[in-house]
Write a protein that binds this ligand. Sequence first.
Ligand SMILES: [Zn+2]
Length: 295
Amino acid sequence: MGLDIGATKILGVVASADGEVLASLRVASPTGGDQVVAVAAEVVEKLRASAGAEGGVIGVGIPGLVDVVHGTVRHAVNLGVADGYPFSDRLAAATGARVVLDNDANAAALGAAAALGVDDLGYLSLGTGLAAALVLDGRLRRGSRNAAGEIGHIPVDPGGPRCECGQVGCLETVASGSAVAALWPGDGRPAAQALFDAAAAGSAEAVAVRDRFAARVADAVRLVALTVDPAVVVLGGGVAQVGERLRGAVAHALAEQAAASPFLRSLDLPGRLRLAPLDVPVAALGAALLGRASS
Ligand SMILES: [Zn+2]
């Protein structure tokens, strides 16, 4: 059983041993550590009842800096979970299951690796913020401080806005769902969807904004590719819900960036760009696989 706990929703799945999703349940996220644990425990109970699953081990993906050993999380700002809150212990007590906690992007990377059938990838989570997760030679690279892949907080523009992290001009201020929303205030739909639709409909302004955004995402792809050189880089997260149009725009930007560089061209970054499958809940599936791997 796997849970993808996000700022807006909690998605739980029951997966088979070979990574097929057998049942799923989605509910709105509350705010506060105890509240999130209570709602997550309800999801577990309902999945147990509907799928006849035991859920003896529950994998959980959650945003923030996760201490995998102690099952705690820091900087889970949007969920209102206090730093150091004993998340795993509380959820284990509420469900009677063993709980394996990890960062949501790490879970999504594992799920994407299973769904795409690759074992060496960089997963770009384009959500409210921007983070990369790394599955290298089949293993998650979490880093010594669980901060591997936090490329959203690499400053790229000294004249940019102050980031929530305290630095100025971080990459996620120009390459994330929030960045799109700031550039293209939506019409009730997700901003990226509205932007790409307007661009497809021929708005010159939307095309310009889309291409500028795609170029900054391409910067993130290049950063991951040149740092750890994974076989593929996967675009995921909420922004990737616009689908193939996003992959196409970013691949185009990568090709433009390589136009004057035989070095970059030789790396074929456009050809190594993938989209996370839209019909698979990769974060929840990856969380389930985390639980399985540790059992
Ligand atoms: Zn930052």
